[in-house]
Design a protein around this ligand. Structure first.
Ligand code: M6R
Length: 361
């Protein structure tokens, strides 16, 4: 049942305020400015002994994991990174007992992720799952973890699950941070930021008409560039994947800082750039990248917290805490991909060559 929407993708994009509300519900502990995640099976002593976090997932879940790694590093101060599960399991990785492994999967059935979990467990590692589908194979195989509570996602491309997975990582990062060295006041600041998310997502969704117009403007592009820096880079990766999957427009994502090391050669009016430009300590650096692109006559669509002078268009989104901005900045780009695909007459819920869950190698 699409509940009045033309596609499941549109329905699922619009469900995000409620979905985020669900992943937060019942987990926040205001008294200690922390969160409780029931099924982690990780006591305080164990949480304090973690030396590294390695996050594994595929596709959109891998991108959510990249943002998750950044959240864990910044809030819990534990070195963390994410890697495609498919790559990890074929490179005979060194499995370290002080590393916490986290497997991310919407369906909980992705074979590459499941196989990585099984290999890790065979080697005695501790593996948590960040999964949407309750009782799925990865959820059962993991030593513990948390559900992302996005509700059923039908569209082949993931939207609300991505957002909820990132929020679940923010909760995990806050939980680990408060056991380790995150202050009460920072804990409180992040909790307040998390609580603002549903209303801010609703606010972004009211900008759909404006985003639809922008989609019409850029739908003729043969290729698009997505750039971001540090927290913004995984947002660029995910937005570029979304555009590819449903519009079939070729897209690339690069860290803005890498432009001058090669991809700047591609910039010309026919290759528009979507730039993630949050109002944080990297704002001036990001603005410099916009200038470099403009100097080569590149068209720019910015997602930012204030109008960007060098951009041809800016989608202005509400500001949250610096650590949480990435969650909001991806949402207008889901709508951009959606309306671009609609404009091009694509089969949005069932893009060619793709399946909802990839249960084979
Ligand atoms: O169910 P999973 O999260 O494990 O799926 C992983 C990927 O196959 C999935 O995210 C894929 O990239 C989607 N088509 C994204 O829109």
């Amino acid at each position: 049942d699409m509940g009045g929407h033309d596609t499941y993708m549109h329905k699922e994009i619009c469900e995000q305020p409620d979905a985020v509300d669900r992943v937060l519900r019942g987990r926040i502990d205001d008294r200690f400015s922390t969160v409780h995640l029931g099924g982690l099976n990780l006591d305080a002593r164990e949480a304090r002994s973690i030396r590294r976090v390695k996050i594994l997932g595929c596709g959109t879940s891998y991108h959510a994991g990249l943002i998750g790694a950044g959240l864990i590093e910044s809030l819990a101060r534990i070195p963390a990174d994410a890697e495609p599960a498919s790559e990890f399991r074929y490179r005979n990785p060194v499995v370290d007992p002080d590393t916490l492994y986290v497997a991310v999967s919407q369906s909980g059935e992705t074979y590459d992720v499941l196989a990585a979990v099984q290999e890790l467990k065979r080697k005695g590692a501790r593996v948590l799952g960040v999964v949407n589908v309750v009782g799925s194979a990865i959820a059962r195989e993991a030593d513990g973890g948390t559900y992302v509570h996005a509700g059923p996602e039908v569209c082949v491309v993931s939207t609300k699950c991505f957002t909820n997975t990132v929020v679940a990582f923010a909760l995990l990062a806050l939980h680990l941070g408060r056991i380790r060295d995150l202050s009460v006041s920072d804990g409180k600041r992040i909790i307040e930021g998390l609580r603002r998310l549903p209303a801010q997502i609703s606010e972004i969704l009211t900008m759909e008409d404006e985003i639809k117009k922008l989609a019409k403007e850029y739908a003729d592009a043969k290729s698009m560039m997505f750039i971001g820096r540090v927290r913004g880079y995984p947002v660029a990766l995910e937005a570029s994947l979304k555009l590819k999957e449903i519009s079939y427009i070729h897209a690339e994502a690069y860290p803005a800082s890498e432009l001058k090391h090669g991809p700047l050669a591609l910039i010309e009016p026919a290759l528009p750039t979507v730039a993630i430009v949050p109002d944080d300590d990297l704002l001036e650096k990001n603005r410099a990248a916009l200038e470099e692109i403009k100097a080569r006559s590149g068209r720019i669509l910015a997602v930012a917290h204030q109008e960007q002078e060098k951009a041809d268009h800016t989608i202005v989104v509400p500001k949250n805490e610096d650590e949480l901005d990435a969650i909001l900045m991806g949402i207008p780009l889901q709508l951009l991909a959606y309306h671009t695909a609609l404009e091009l007459g694509r089969d949005i819920d069932k893009p060619r060559n793709l399946a909802k869950s990839v249960t084979v190698e």
